[in-house]
Design a protein around this ligand. Structure first.
Ligand code: DGL
Length: 271
């Protein structure tokens, strides 16, 4: 694999920055180009056809910026668009589903595994297939949680409202006695304190963002962390450069962002 060029990471909006945070913790010297499709977010309630097209456009844009590796830091895109991206991209591609499923199967003692994600991620069945392929005897249960992304973006992750909504969504999964819960959306790591409170201490919470960052380190090969030590950096492209992205992004990353690069949707063309 070519060692030159930055790592490209994209999401429908700001949530993929939880993956960026995990990557930078492990590979602080890597240059990262992040793309948040802020003009077209959310993806989670859209059809697979639309999400697939958006994902291909962004992958093509990032490839033209000279990236050497593409991380699809959006569970929704990974769930519906990954096979197409892998086929077309002329560079290695990593999605969220397999790393999350592998970590869940490793963590589960009882084989009763739950998933929370967007409507599109749950409806795709991608996590169910991945878990079943790895552990055919596993029991898999899923809940779409469309209200969780807006709660995180509103900065209400620690609010009693979040606890009530989380309790409502997790209720049916906990009633199935899951011992492991996959956080199958890049926004959800922000909700870990409230998820932990509602799920209790015995349920393993699997952050797909953390699992994907660990998978990236493995894919880059031995010595990646040491090799990458040096001048790392983060450049953010967005399709809508309103103040909202910066506010939520800085809350997720815990530090100020440099200037954002606005990309007109017209520049997102397919070959
Ligand atoms: N970040 C997206 C994901 O991981 C969810 C946000 C959206 O609906 O676009 O699925």
């Amino acid at each position: 694999m070519s060692r030159a060029g930055p790592i490209g990471v994209f999401d429908s909006g700001v949530g993929g920055l939880t993956v960026v945070g995990e990557i930078r913790r492990r590979l602080p010297g890597e240059k990262i180009l992040y793309f948040g499709d802020t003009a077209r977010v959310p993806y989670g309630n859209k059809s697979p056809r639309t999400v697939e097209r958006y994902s291909r456009e962004i992958a093509h844009f990032l490839a033209r910026q000279g990236i050497r590796f593409l991380v699809v830091a959006c569970n929704t895109s990974s769930a519906v668009a990954l096979p197409g991206l892998e086929k077309r991209a002329k560079l290695p591609v990593l999605g969220m589903i397999l790393p999350g499923a592998e970590a869940a199967v490793r963590a589960s003692r009882t084989g009763r595994i739950g998933l929370i994600g967007t409507r599109a991620t749950v409806a795709s069945g991608a996590y169910a297939r991945a878990v079943k392929a790895l552990a055919p005897r596993a029991r898999f249960f899923a809940a779409a949680c469309p209200l969780l992304v807006p709660l995180v973006e509103e900065g209400w992750a620690q609010d009693p409202v979040a606890e009530e909504v989380v309790a409502r969504y997790l209720g049916p999964l906990l009633a199935r006695d899951v011992d492991t819960l996959i956080l199958g959306c890049t926004h959800y790591p922000v909700l870990v304190p409230v998820l932990r409170k509602v799920a209790g201490p015995s349920v393993a919470l699997i952050s797909s963002s953390e699992a994907a960052a660990e998978a990236l380190v493995r894919r880059l090969g031995p010595g990646a962390a040491g090799r990458a030590a040096g001048a790392g950096g983060l450049t953010c492209f967005v399709t809508d450069a309103g103040t909202y992205f910066r506010e939520v992004a800085e809350r997720i990353l815990g530090h100020p962002l440099g200037p954002l690069k606005a990309v007109d949707e017209e520049r997102l063309v397919l070959p």
